[in-house]
Every structure is written in structure tokens, then in C-alpha cells.
Ligand binder design. Sequence first.
Ligand SMILES: NC(=O)c1ccc[n+]([C@@H]2O[C@H](COP(=O)([O-])OP(=O)(O)OC[C@H]3O[C@@H](n4cnc5c(N)ncnc54)[C@H](OP(=O)(O)O)[C@@H]3O)[C@@H](O)[C@H]2O)c1
Length: 326
Amino acid sequence: MKTVIYRQYGAPAETVEVIDVETGAPGPGQVLLHDILAPINPADLNTIEGKYPVRYPLPSTPGIEGVGRVAQVGPDVTDLKPGMAVLLPHAYGTWREGGIVEAAKLLPIPEGVPYAEAAMIKVNPASAWRMLHDYVAPQPGAWVIQNAANSGVGRAVIGIAKKIGLRTVNLVRRPELIEELTAAGGDVVLLDNADALEEIKTRTDRAKIMLGLNSVGGESATRVASALAHGGKMLTFGAMSRRPLLLPTGLLIFKDIQILGFWMTNWYQKASEAERNAMFGDLFELAKTGVFKTPVEKVYPVEEIRQAVTHALQGSRGGKILIGKA
Ligand SMILES: NC(=O)c1ccc[n+]([C@@H]2O[C@H](COP(=O)([O-])OP(=O)(O)OC[C@H]3O[C@@H](n4cnc5c(N)ncnc54)[C@H](OP(=O)(O)O)[C@@H]3O)[C@@H](O)[C@H]2O)c1
């Protein structure tokens, strides 16, 4: 099976390579998976660069999340059958055609959930779900503001927020996204620039926005924090601009804005199996009914991994880059 590896940390396009791995047949408690489909997430690229807080023993196969199809089951595996689609275990190293996995670590994907959507569900929609539920109790009609609103997370935030009765202010850095995200359900979609704050007041009728989601940093984070009402919370979960947060002191002293971080990995580490499965059950249902849809710009076969990571590192994409069979 063609498998991506990196032997040292560095620029992804120069560091990743493809090797052939002989998988053999699954042993007791194991499953052989084929047709693995996995996204290239920013965290995967940061991991290869050696800039992510988690490091795996080298050589390592990248890929935090993905899906596979059961090809063969080990002698004592009774609950999984060939042909079933399953969610792969966290940080399995999903950038590969197939492989052997412990059956107990696989979660079957219900019929009707789009395969590509399931491949991307564990990181971005799960983060959107947690951030919208765990920090400010969702009240019908309440507003949430986010930047990089066209990202995988951002689109899931728009869909899930609408489903649970929240309204969204969405900041983007390209004008052509305004119409697209409005059509996708964004209530207010604005360019992420100096005019945005006044426009937000007008378009939300000066609503008290209590939750802000920041994955950009720099002045964009300043805008998200400044749009919040007294006592509001800004969750920072990414730094796409690679710039630090810029926060006027007055926001903390006089507006009591709370600046918090969010890392999905923390939640997975603390959650029980029942809590994880309950969230996946909810997310699968939303994916099945099209509540969130993550656009895919291109699917690359494993052997084209260098072109794939180069593409994933480009801005202004129309969607995610996946590794697998188109
Ligand atoms: N903390 C966590 O647990 C967690 C979980 C999930 C995701 N994340 C983080 O969330 C962020 C988004 O992830 P994703 O997979 O949703 O991203 P994605 O779908 O790949 O989209 C990337 C987004 O970043 C924007 N962007 C790229 N370069 C930028 C720059 N220099 N300045 C401002 N915006 C820029 C893009 O805008 P254009 O389309 O205009 O280029 C796009 O909106 C990443 O930082 C990721 O690591 C964190």
C-alpha cells in the first residue's frame, strides 16, 4: 500500500515521500482497510514542519483524521464487515492507501453520510460543535462572530449555528466569498477590514455578541474581540496569519472580554467514549442532512502527495485538499 512518510521535520513539499508498505492479512482483533480518504489540515502541515506541539516518533505518516473501507476482518472480528465505511482512530497516520487497524478503535459511519464529509468530521465540524456549545450557552437568536469564515471550521460554524438557532457574523478576506457564504447560511458576511466594526453594529442592530471565534490573529483578532459585548468570550483556535493576538488593554479592563484558547485534542483527551460517540452521532446526522458541507477543491492520489501539500499550502482555495481516490 502506498504510504506517505516524513523522516525529518521541514517544509512539507520537500519532506514528504511515498513508500510501499506490505500490510499482510489482519490478525485477531484487526481489520484491513482500503480506500482511505483523508484531508490535509493545517495541523498536519504544522506537524511535518515540526511546529505543532505534538511530535510523533520518526519516520512518521502524517494525517490526523480520515475514513476507510473495511476490506478484510481478522478471525474474531464480528461487528465489522467488508464494505463498511469507518472513521479512523485519532492520528492514525491517514495519508496512505490502506492499512491494518485494531477493530476496537474504528467507528462505523452510518449510511447516508457522504464519505468525504466523514473524512473531515473529526477535526473541523467537531471543533465548531464544541466551540458553539461549551463556552456560551447557545440562546436562540444570539450572535456569534468569526474570522476566516470560509475555512472548513468556519463553514461548519455557519451550518451548525443556524441549526441550533444562532446567528453568525462572518469575516472573510476576499469579496467573492460574501455571496457564497451568504448563500451557505451566513447571516452577515463582511470583509475583514477597518470598516467591519461599524458595519457589524448596523447589520446586527447593535446586538450583544457574546462569543467570538478567532483563527487568524493580528488585527483580525482585534476586530473579533472588539465586536464583543461586555463579558464576551473570544476563543482562539488557530493563527492562519501567523501573527500574534493584538489586543487593546481596555478590552480586558473595561469590557471584561475573556480571551481563551481552544484545542480539540484537549476535548478528545478528556471526553469519555460515550461523550465522543454522542458527538459523532450528532455530527453524522448533521452531515447526512447537509447542515454543513465542506467543499473539496481537489483529491490527490497518495503518490502525488508533494503536489497535494503544495496545493494545500496555497491561500484562496475553494475547499479542502484530500488524499485518496477521487
Ligand atoms: N485548535 C483546534 O483544535 C483546531 C481545530 C480545527 C482547526 N484549527 C485551526 O483552524 C484554522 C482553520 O483550519 P481549517 O482546516 O478550517 O482551514 P482551511 O479550510 O484550510 O481554510 C484556511 C482559512 O485560512 C485563511 N487564511 C489562509 N492564510 C491566511 C492568512 N495569511 N491570513 C488570514 N487568513 C488566512 C483562508 O482564507 P482564504 O481562503 O482567503 O485564503 C481560509 O479561510 C487553522 O489554523 C487550523 O489549524 C484548530
